[in-house]
Design a protein around this ligand. Structure first.
Ligand SMILES: [Cu+2]
Length: 93
């Protein structure tokens, strides 16, 4: 799913509000992640994926083995996100 946000919207970066001039294209993916079992897993995935530059939002659903990620595809690739989850010891279904 691609979401286009409004031109010139205010955007938080490094604690400062700046004006983004270009149209920001955001992408949202839902990944099936195998091996998550508890709150620790949630934290590990949220922290590792969430700290990648270009990742806007990470939502982990341990019960259903689902990780939803919102990211800027011009800043970070889906492969990089999958690789980061894999590096933490989880498999992508
Ligand atoms: Cu766990």
């Amino acid at each position: 799913m691609n979401m286009k946000s409004k031109k010139n919207e205010k955007y938080l970066e490094d604690g400062k509000t700046i004006q983004k001039r270009e149209v920001i294209i955001m992408k949202k993916v839902e990944l099936n992640v195998i091996g998550m079992s508890c709150g620790h897993c949630t934290m590990v995935i949220e922290n590792s994926v969430g700290s990648l530059p270009g990742v806007e939002k990470v939502l982990v659903d341990v019960k259903n083995g689902n990780v939803a990620v919102e990211f800027h595809p011009n800043l970070v690739s889906l492969d990089k996100i999958k690789e980061t989850i894999g590096d933490q010891g989880y498999d992508i279904g």
